[in-house]
Design a protein around this ligand. Structure first.
Ligand code: ADP
Ligand code: MG
Length: 349
């Protein structure tokens, strides 16, 4: 088993079921991120792991020992769990070094000083130990909070939306930095976010949650490239769905036939069946129609994404696809467009 195991965990508040039958396992030294929209139960899951809440059913195990389940319920301080919440409140009247030393009362002074120095070093604040929180930048304060939670060498570190109080530039920089720090410390961690980019960049594995259920768990690339549900496909990046019908070796769609070997996940035994194909915006393009051409549809929306533009194309059949283009490519927004699919798609049920 892993360092952390959730086994059939459930939790309701009143009559509202928040977590239903959640099972997952986190390996030693792994960074797992719970990713999902606001209200899907991420914070609740962390609270159940930390022992801040008690599950209605199922078991939570840490290093093989039941900490919640049946009649057992270990208090948070007995679990060896470190927590970094969104508002990483430091003690304002203590220096960075004193904040980090706060959880190290059991060590003698020399050991404690050495441990604090190592941690300041780890988070890149070796010269800031004597600074007070209000003398530090937001990013530096967050490093102190992280060092403080790592100080007692927790069995597992829980991070709840740790970047949401930072501005955008810093957020991107800090997630690289936090991953480096966690890996260097060798700590097992469960983090939580609603931001898919953040999840992809800090995690070894991502667990996508929707409404209290685990939709899919896997390495970031795997989950992004091979989503197993429409929810996952849509939550991790832009997605369009193109209906088709399997006819032997091809799938017939409004945009022409697609070889069935071009559709990942389509089992060989399926035939004469209606399916939807997942079409990512960079796997499809829109072009001007020839003179008097009918084309496939028309552009009904245009969104600037910095270096590229995302066009929403409504097909004659009523379905919509998203097409990504560079600024120098001409896509008419007031007439018909032809739509071309690249090779290689995912099946979407
Ligand atoms: P997330 O962190 O994914 O945004 P939460 O775990 O905080 O979601 O909340 C999940 C659901 O549980 C929400 O609908 C929320 O309103 C509800 N909830 C969370 N905590 C409580 C509570 N203490 N009492 C009642 N409902 C709660
Ligand atoms: Mg939350």
């Amino acid at each position: 088993g892993g360092v952390l195991e959730l086994d059939g965990v459930s939790k309701s508040y009143g009559t509202e079921s928040v977590i239903a039958d959640l099972s997952l396992s986190v390996e030693e030294g792994e960074i797992l991120t719970l990713l999902g929209p606001s209200g899907c139960g991420k914070t609740t899951t962390l609270r159940l792991i930390a022992g801040l809440d008690r599950p209605d059913g199922g078991e939570v195990r840490l290093n093989g020992n039941v900490v919640s389940g049946g009649d057992t319920f270990r208090a948070p301080e007995e679990r060896g769990v470190g927590v970094v919440f969104q508002e990483f409140a430091l003690f304002p009247h203590l220096t960075a070094a004193e904040n980090i030393a706060f959880g190290l009362k059991d060590l003698d002074e020399a050991e404690r000083d050495e441990r604090v120095r190592d941690l300041l070093d780890l988070v890149g604040l070796e010269t800031q130990g004597e600074s007070y929180p209000d003398e530090l930048s937001g990013g530096q304060q967050q490093r102190v909070a992280l060092a403080r939670s790592l100080a007692p060498e927790p069995a597992i570190l829980l991070l709840d939306e740790p970047f949401s109080n930072l501005d955008v530039d810093l957020r991107v920089q800090m997630r690289e930095e936090v991953r480096r720090i966690l890996k260097e410390a060798g700590v097992t961690a469960v983090s939580v976010t609603h931001d898919q980019e953040e999840a992809m960049s800090i995690s070894d594995r991502v667990a996508v949650m929707n409404d209290g259920d685990l939709e899919q768990i896997g390495e970031p690339e795997q989950v992004f490239q091979h989503p197993e549900s429409r929810f996952v496909a849509g939550f991790l990046g832009y997605a369009g769905f193109l209906p088709g019908r399997i006819a032997g070796e091809v799938v017939e769609t409004e945009l022409g036939t697609v070889g069935r070997d071009q559709i990942h996940g389509l089992a060989p035994e399926y035939d004469d069946t209606d399916i939807d194909i997942l079409v990512r915006p960079d796997d499809v393009s829109a072009h001007p129609c020839g003179d008097g051409g009918e084309g496939h549809g028309k552009v009904v929306g245009k969104r600037y994404l910095g270096p590229t533009i995302l066009y929403e194309v409504e097909l004659h059949g009523g379905d919509s696809l998203l097409c990504m283009h560079n600024h120098d490519e001409t896509v008419p927004t007031d007439g018909c467009v032809e739509v071309t699919l690249d090779a290689g798609h995912e099946l979407a049920w």
